[in-house]
Structures are given as C-alpha cells and as structure tokens.
Design a protein around this ligand. Structure first.
Ligand SMILES: [Zn+2]
Length: 268
C-alpha cells in the first residue's frame, strides 16, 4: 500500500461541499485505478486569512518571475499556518494542495530551500486538472506532449482536459512504473480478449520490450502501443500507435493485429 497525505488549504474560504466531494472522488479514483494499492488522503485545513492579495501573485497564472509568483504566495501561506502544521511539512509531509482564485493556472512547483512541493489549482479547476497535478505532485509523472489524437489517452497529456467527468487513465507505462499493475507477456497465442481482461501486456519486438494496453474510448475498443526506444528506458511513456479492434479480433495479437501495424508505421 502506498499512502499519501495531501495537506489541503483553500485560500478564499473553507473548501465548499463541491470541493470536498471532488477530493473524495479523486481518492476513490486513484484507489480504483491502482487496484487499491494507492491510498490518498486529503487533510483539509481550516480557513486562514492570508493578509495579502492573491492577485499580486497571478502574472502568468502564478508562474511568473519572483516575487510575483506562486512560490512567494506559498511562503505567505506557510507564515499564516500554525507552527505545528508547518513542522509537518518540514519533517514528514511534503505535499501541499492549494486551492486559489480563478486567476491562477493549475501547476505544480516547489520551494527550493524547504524541500516542499505543492500543487496550486484555481477554485474552478476540474476533476481532471486536479488529478493531473496530483500525478506530478505525488508520483513525479511528467507532462506528456503527445500528438492530439493520442494525447487524449493519458491523464498526463490531453486526457486530463478532454473528459467533462472522469479524465483518461494514466497511460500503461506510468501505472506499471508505480507498481499498480503487472503486464502479462503477450505471445503467439495471446488474443485481444486475453488482453482486454488483463489490460496491459508486453511484447518482445526485435529485442525491445513494447508495452501494449487495451482501452475503450467513446465505446471504441483499441490497443495502445508504447515504445521504450526513445530514451532506452524500460517503458518510457511514449505512445507510438493506437489500433482499433473489434469483437472479431480474437486471433493472436502478435501476428494478426500488432505486428503488421508496427511494421507499417515504425521501424524498430
Ligand atoms: Zn502538467
């Protein structure tokens, strides 16, 4: 079990019932997608009066040059908190989620001298935007700038924004890296149906381990294919293809479906 405590503070007021239910939903969502291996708890602090105007810190959505950025704002926030709470950050908990005003853009940053990492989100942030920032904050997942048609398949790319309700899952390489799922080894006998149950598999493709993932998006089933080629790292989160599949694709994956497509689009 991986447990994460996220100290949460709303700068305008106490978090609304909507925010509390959004955070509860995020706890449940991460528990589900990690198969209950990841447990996130939000420790919501009471409202504190900041004594500074948030708008002073909002050039570039809070990511401007110091002192007018979110880093300086976070220092003010720490100054306003109870000393015992700040000690938590200094010695144990180092994750902070700040709900700020509309002029901030969602981002995750840190205070160099205190080892504190924080995410800051505007009070109208979506479920997907908050989940995306927690991906940075808790798991160090990077932003993935995949092309548009592929990017909608990962929380750390456009998949954070695309869905009104639930965002896209983190892509297979990120979930495997977190230890949330073990890929099955795909061989000559593996079918699409086998993979749809296990979701993620690996194929040894010309001495490269290629990760494949079964997904359903907009009621269309597809296989996502990832490559580890680009940085020589196992399961580097680079997507290289998306292949629609149908019920009739019960044949073996390697020869019937994946192999021709890989040959067509990419040379390993
Ligand atoms: Zn990001």
């Amino acid at each position: 079990m991986q447990s994460y405590k996220v100290v949460t503070i709303a700068l305008d007021n106490v978090p609304s019932p909507e925010w509390r239910s959004l955070l509860k939903g995020i706890e449940i969502w991460f528990a589900n997608i990690s198969r209950n291996l990841c447990c996130i708890g939000f420790d919501i602090l009471p409202y504190v009066a900041l004594g500074v105007n948030q708008y002073y810190f909002t050039p570039a959505g809070g990511m401007g040059a110091p002192p007018r950025n979110s880093q300086t704002l976070i220092k003010h926030v720490l100054d306003c908190l109870d000393a015992t709470v700040v000690q938590q950050f200094e010695h144990t908990e180092k994750h902070l989620l700040v709900i700020a005003n509309y002029a901030f853009k969602s981002h995750t940053w840190h205070l160099h001298n205190r080892g504190l990492r924080y995410s800051i989100v505007p009070s109208n942030a979506t479920f997907g935007a908050v989940a995306h920032e927690l991906g940075h904050l808790l798991f160090d997942w990077p932003d993935l700038d995949w092309e548009k048609s592929l990017g909608e398949d990962c929380l750390m790319s456009l998949g954070a924004l695309r869905y009104n309700g639930t965002p896209a899952l983190p892509c297979a390489p990120l979930r495997v890296k977190q230890g949330w799922i073990d890929p099955i080894v795909v061989d000559q006998l593996t079918t699409v149906q086998d993979l749809s149950i296990k979701q993620i598999g690996t194929i040894n493709w010309q001495r490269h381990n290629v990760l494949v993932e079964y997904r359903v998006r907009k009621e269309t089933a597809c296989l996502l294919i990832y490559s580890n080629k680009y940085e020589g790292k196992l399961f580097h989160p680079k997507i290289i293809g998306r292949i629609p599949v149908t019920n009739s694709d019960g044949r073996n994956l390697v020869l019937g479906l994946i192999a021709p497509k890989l040959r067509l689009r990419y040379s390993f």
